[in-house]
Design a protein around this ligand. Structure first.
Ligand code: AMP
Length: 173
C-alpha cells in the first residue's frame, strides 16, 4: 500500500507559496482502487478499537474521515476554520509560522467518554492536529489516535502531539 500511495502523491513546488512543497493527494482520490485501499487500511486498524466518532479536519480530512467513519459504523464530526460552522461552537487558537489560526467544532459534537479518532490528510508541524485533539479532550472525549495519510516526518509534528498516539500511512522523513 505504501509504495502505491507514494506513486499517487504529487509534489507541487512553491504552492500555495514560495518554498513550500505541497503534497497533492488528489491522485489518490481519483483512483478508485487506491482510494478504497487507503480507507480500508485505516478501517482495518481501527475496526476493533470501539471508535464512537471520527473527527475530520477541514478540508481534506473530510475526504478521508467521512468514509472511515461510515465503514467503522461511527459518527463523523467536522472540525472547521472559524466562522464556517452554523451552530454554537467551541474553539481553539494555535500558533502558525506567521500569526495564528482558530478552529471550531459544534458544542454538542462530542459527549463525555466518547472514543474519538482524529483524521487529516497530512501531518506537517502538528499544530492543527494538536489543536483538534485539545478540542476533543476539552469536550470530554478520548482521543484514541490521530491518523494521517501523509506525515512530513522531518518537521517533527509528532513531538507536538503530547501523549496522543499518531499513525500515518506514508512518512517523508
Ligand atoms: P500543520 O498544522 O503544520 O501540521 O499543518 C497541517 C495542515 O496543513 C493539514 O490540514 C494539511 O492538509 C496542511 N498542510 C501543511 N503542509 C502541507 C503540505 N506540504 N502539503 C499539503 N498540505 C499541507
Amino acid at each position: 500500500m505504501e509504495t502505491t500511495l507514494r506513486k499517487h502523491i504529487r509534489d507541487i513546488p512553491d504552492f500555495p507559496k514560495q518554498g513550500i512543497v505541497f503534497k497533492d493527494i488528489t491522485p489518490i482520490l481519483q483512483n478508485h482502487g487506491v482510494f478504497e485501499g487507503t480507507i480500508k487500511s485505516f478501517v482495518e486498524r481501527y475496526r476493533n478499537r470501539e471508535i464512537d466518532l471520527v473527527v475530520g479536519i477541514e478540508s481534506r480530512g473530510f475526504l478521508f474521515g467521512a468514509p472511515i467513519a461510515h465503514q467503522l459504523g461511527a459518527g463523523f464530526i467536522p472540525v472547521r476554520k472559524k466562522g464556517k460552522l452554523p451552530y454554537k461552537t467551541v474553539e481553539i487558537s494555535y500558533d502558525l509560522e506567521y500569526g495564528s489560526a482558530t478552529i471550531e467544532m459544534h458544542v454538542d459534537a462530542i459527549a463525555k467518554g466518547h472514543r474519538v479518532l482524529v483524521v487529516d490528510d497530512l501531518l506537517a508541524t502538528g499544530g492543527t492536529a494538536d489543536a483538534a485533539c485539545k478540542l476533543v479532550i476539552k469536550q470530554g472525549g478520548v482521543v484514541v489516535e490521530c491518523a494521517f495519510v501523509v506525515e512530513l516526518g522531518f518537521l517533527n509534528g509528532r513531538s507536538k502531539m503530547g501523549n496522543v498516539p499518531v499513525h500515518s500511512l506514508v512518512n517523508y522523513s
